[in-house]
Ligand binder design. Structure first.
Ligand SMILES: [Fe+2]
Length: 397
C-alpha cells in the first residue's frame, strides 16, 4: 500500500424522506440559494415544489438555475455563474444526477474564480500549467436523484467544452466537496429504466477501474482493497437487475444509492492507484457522440477485457474475471459481462452509440488531446499507447 492522505468532509444524510430537511441543511450555510438543476424538472414530480417550500420554511431565499443537461457544458456553467452573481447567491444547492451536481460545483467555484472557467478544468494532461485549480467555492449542498457518479461525496466535476469538444474534469479537495449531501432513495423511485441501468454500470466501473489498474502486488490473493472493492462491485452487479425488476423497492434503491456513493468517495482507493483510462476513453464517446456516460463505460469495460485477453500483463483482469464470472478466460468473461449488460438494456458496442470504423482515428485523437500525458501514453497500469487506444475502440465497435 502506498502512502496516502484521506480527507472527506461531506456530511451524508441518508434515508427515505430526508429530502424534507433540505431547507434546514441549506440554512446552515447561507441565506440565498442558487438551485442548480436540469432545464426540465418535470420528471422530478413534486420534488421541486417541496424543495421550494422547505427552503422558504427555513428562511432561505432561492433562485432557480435550470440550466443543466446530460453531459453538461461550459456555457451552462457560465449562465449559472452569471445568475448567481446577479442575485448574490451565497450557497449553491445542486439537485439531480451527476450532470446537475457537477455543474453546481463548477458554478459554486466559478462565481469566485478569477479566470476563464475553462482554465479550472483539466482539458489537457500534457500541459500541467494549463489548469489553474479553484481555490474557493460557495458552500455547496447536494441532493442526488440518480445513483451513479458519487459526485455527492467526492470533489470532482466533469464538464464538456463545446467549443473544443473536450470533456474532462476538475478534482479539487480544497473546495469542491459538498458541505452536506442528502441521499433520499425515494427521489430515485421514478428514475427511468435506462438511467437506472446506466447509473449502475457507471458505479460498477468506478470500482472496476481501480481494481483492474491496481499497483498492489496481490495476484492470486485478494488484499484488503480487493475485498472492499469487490464487495461494492458485487453488490451493484447483483442488485442492478433486481432494482430494474422492482423499481418501487425503496430498500433496494437505497442500497444502490449508498453503494454508488461508496464506489467513488475515495475510501476504496486509499493507498492504491486510481487511474481511470476507461473513463478517459468513454468521455471522448460522450463529447463526440453525446453518448450516455454509463453506456460508454459498458462498451469500454468489455473492449478492455477483450484487448487484455491477448496481453501478457493481464493478471488483474484475470483476477477480476475470476471473482465476478468464475473464469479467468477473459473472452468468456467479457461475453458473460456483455450478456449481463444487454439484460440491463445498456448498449455494449460503440456502433450502437453512432460510431463507425471511420471514427476510430478521431476518437483516439480525442483521447490523445485530452488525456495523454507528456510521455505520449494514457495513464493506466501499464500505460497504453495511441495504437492500443485505437485497437480498443476498434474492438468496441
Ligand atoms: Fe463515471
Amino acid at each position: 500500500m502506498n502512502n496516502f492522505e484521506f480527507y472527506n468532509p461531506v456530511k451524508i444524510i441518508y434515508g427515505p424522506g430526508e429530502a424534507a430537511r433540505a431547507g434546514a441543511v441549506v440554512a446552515q450555510h447561507g441565506k440565498k440559494a442558487l438551485i442548480v438543476t436540469y432545464s426540465d424538472v418535470s420528471f422530478f414530480g413534486d420534488l421541486f415544489d417541496r424543495l421550494h417550500s422547505s427552503l422558504a420554511q427555513s428562511g432561505v431565499a432561492y433562485v432557480d438555475c435550470q440550466v443543466a443537461t446530460a453531459n453538461p457544458k461550459i456555457s451552462e456553467a457560465e449562465r449559472g455563474i452569471a445568475l448567481g452573481k446577479e442575485h448574490q447567491a451565497d450557497v449553491v444547492l445542486g439537485v439531480g444526477g451527476g450532470s446537475a451536481m457537477d455543474l453546481a460545483k463548477v458554478i459554486a467555484a466559478g462565481i469566485i474564480y478569477p479566470h476563464d472557467i475553462r482554465r479550472m478544468i483539466k482539458f489537457t494532461h500534457r500541459d500541467a500549467a494549463y489548469q489553474i485549480p479553484p481555490k474557493a467555492a460557495l458552500p455547496l449542498v447536494l441532493i442526488p436523484t440518480l445513483p451513479a457518479t458519487a459526485s455527492e461525496m467526492n470533489p470532482t466535476a466533469v464538464i464538456t467544452d463545446e467549443v473544443t469538444n473536450r470533456k474532462s474534469y476538475v478534482w479539487e479537495p480544497a473546495c469542491l466537496y459538498a458541505k452536506a449531501s442528502i441521499l433520499d432513495p425515494t427521489l430515485t423511485l421514478t428514475l427511468p429504466r435506462y438511467q437506472t441501468a446506466c447509473g449502475a454500470v457507471d458505479a460498477i466501473s468506478h470500482v472496476a477501474e481501480p481494481f483492474l489498474f491496481s499497483d498492489e502486488a496481490t495476484f492470486g490473493n485478494l488484499a484488503l482493497h480487493d475485498r472492499l472493492q469487490m464487495a461494492v462491485i458485487k453488490t451493484l452487479y447483483e442488485n442492478a437487475p433486481k432494482v430494474l425488476q422492482n423499481p418501487a423497492d425503496v430498500a433496494l434503491r437505497g442500497l444502490m444509492q449508498f453503494s454508488a456513493t461508496i464506489a467513488l468517495n475515495g475510501w476504496l482507493t486509499c493507498g492504491v492507484q486510481g487511474w481511470t483510462p476507461m473513463h478517459q476513453m468513454g468521455h471522448v464517446l460522450s463529447s463526440h457522440f453525446g453518448a450516455t456516460h454509463g453506456a460508454t463505460l459498458a462498451c469500454m469495460m468489455l473492449a478492455w477485457m477483450r484487448h487484455f485477453a491477448a496481453r501478457k500483463q493481464n493478471a488483474r483482469f484475470r483476477l477480476f474475471a475470476g471473482q465476478l464470472f468464475g473464469t479467468e478466460d477473459l473472452l468468456a468473461a467479457a461475453d458473460a459481462f456483455e450478456a449481463y449488460m444487454q439484460g440491463l438494456g445498456v448498449q455494449t458496442r460503440i456502433s450502437q452509440l453512432g460510431c463507425t470504423a471511420a471514427d476510430v482515428g478521431a476518437l483516439a485523437q480525442g483521447a490523445v488531446d485530452v488525456s495523454f500525458s507528456a510521455d505520449d501514453t494514457l495513464a493506466s497500469i501499464p500505460p497504453i499507447t495511441r495504437e492500443e487506444v485505437e485497437a480498443i475502440y476498434a474492438l468496441a465497435l
